[in-house]
Design a protein around this ligand. Structure first.
Ligand code: KG4
Ligand code: ZN
Length: 369
């Protein structure tokens, strides 16, 4: 079956076409018994435990992402009204391009998927209305997808056999959170940021220094070659034993360093400062993963969201996983930042569990999770 997915939660207009095995034809051979361990056991006979075949990952036929960075860069952050207007201007072309690259037409689409939230409400409504229109006209089912679920799912798109329980760190421009997944599509929130998201802290510091938007990639580029130990930062900790994050203290400390040491754009200390700030953000994130892993004893670690593109964070995360003897997966960079393929992947799993025939035209967008 083919799914057409649409993502417009923030400042990227994205559409993807994915091809997956028909849910009805996925399982080969006999179905596993409801509870394999409840079968009577013969003396000396080791019962055969049936592990269901993991579904193969869907194939990404196209995944078009049109960034609005140039539009928001002069403002140092996303301007919601400009974002929704831009989605309206580009969505038809982006969906058309996704179909063309996939070599398919709308008549071949069996399922529509769209991000419902959280995100910018005006932007979400553009994608949602567009998807509803297509699903209604073509009389096909439409599945609403949570943006955070989609980021986590990006890891499974490339590694469908990841073993549960999974500890997932989601780091984006709007969210920083830790989840325990005991099985597919199940998420237990272990901790979240109490103030800024990690990406937001990077974006704000870049904005303050006049480096442009988005901040994460520019900090990574300009900080490359800098000394990550040049500026001392205290690792942020919350007073209780919770796994919540806080980045506002780090941001304040960064601003103090900037003022006291005269860090400026194109100045001699810029690279050292950016490398040090990036380093402390990565350390704070991985320290939380360590604390959570000790608590919940996962089999696998995953890292996702736009900030997961960061080389320093990826390296620190992988180093911790090796030290802890855990499997770790990080999506390839293009699947870390917002994209529609991850939305389609969640929709396929939801649809396989609960097939629907009619498009749900009552689906509504939500700004917060
Ligand atoms: O997941 P995403 O595309 O959008 C949200 O859902 O927010 O993440 C965007 C965030 C921005 O804060 C951006 O600065 C950050 O991801 N980002 C990076 C890198 N690339 C994007 N942060 C650090 N290093 C990068 N290479
Ligand atoms: Zn995102």
């Amino acid at each position: 079956m083919h799914v057409l997915a649409i993502e417009t939660s923030c400042d990227e207009t994205s559409a993807a076409v994915l091809r997956a095995a028909d849910p009805g034809t996925r399982t080969k051979g006999t179905c596993p018994p409801a509870n394999p361990l409840s079968r009577p056991q013969e003396r000396g006979h080791v019962p055969e435990v049936h592990v269901p075949d993991p579904s193969p990952a869907p194939e990404i036929l196209s995944n078009i992402v049109l960034s609005q960075d140039e539009i928001h860069a002069p403002y140092g952050g996303v301007v919601p009204e400009l974002a929704s207007r831009q989605h309206i201007k580009t969505i038809t072309a982006v969906v058309g391009e996704a179909l063309e690259r996939a070599g398919t037409g709308l008549e071949a689409i069996d399922l529509y998927a769209v991000t419902q939230g959280p995100g910018l409400i005006g932007s979400l409504l553009v994608g949602l209305s567009f998807a509803k229109g297509l699903a209604y006209y073509h009389k096909k089912p439409l599945v609403g997808v949570d943006h955070l679920e989609a980021h986590l799912e990006a890891c499974f798109l490339e590694n469908p056999t990841i073993a549960y329980p999974v500890l997932g760190l989601l780091v984006s421009g709007g969210h920083t959170a830790l989840y325990l997944m005991r099985e597919a599509l199940s998420y237990e929130l272990l901790g979240r940021t109490r103030d800024d998201a990690a990406g937001e802290a990077l974006d704000k510091i870049a904005k303050f220094l006049g480096l442009g938007y988005p901040g994460g990639p520019v900090i990574e580029k300009l900080g490359a070659g800098g000394d990550p130990k040049a500026f001392a930062f205290a690792v942020p900790r919350t007073k209780d034993r919770s796994l919540d994050f806080s980045f506002s203290g780090l941001k304040t400390a960064a601003l103090k360093h900037i003022r006291e040491s005269g860090v400026v754009k194109e100045g001699p200390r810029l690279a050292d400062f950016l490398a040090s700030f990036e380093e402390i953000v990565a350390k704070a994130l991985v320290d939380h993963v360590r604390a959570a892993a000790e608590r919940v004893q996962p089999r696998t670690l995953i890292l996702c969201g736009g900030v997961a593109r960061n080389t320093r964070l990826r390296a620190r995360f992988q180093a911790f996983a090796r030290e802890a003897g855990l499997d770790a997966h990080v999506p390839s960079p293009k699947l870390c930042t917002d994209n529609a393929a991850m939305v389609g992947a969640v929709a396929l799993k939801k649809f396989a569990r609960r097939p629907v025939v009619e498009p749900d035209l009552d689906l509504d967008a939500y700004a917060r999770s």
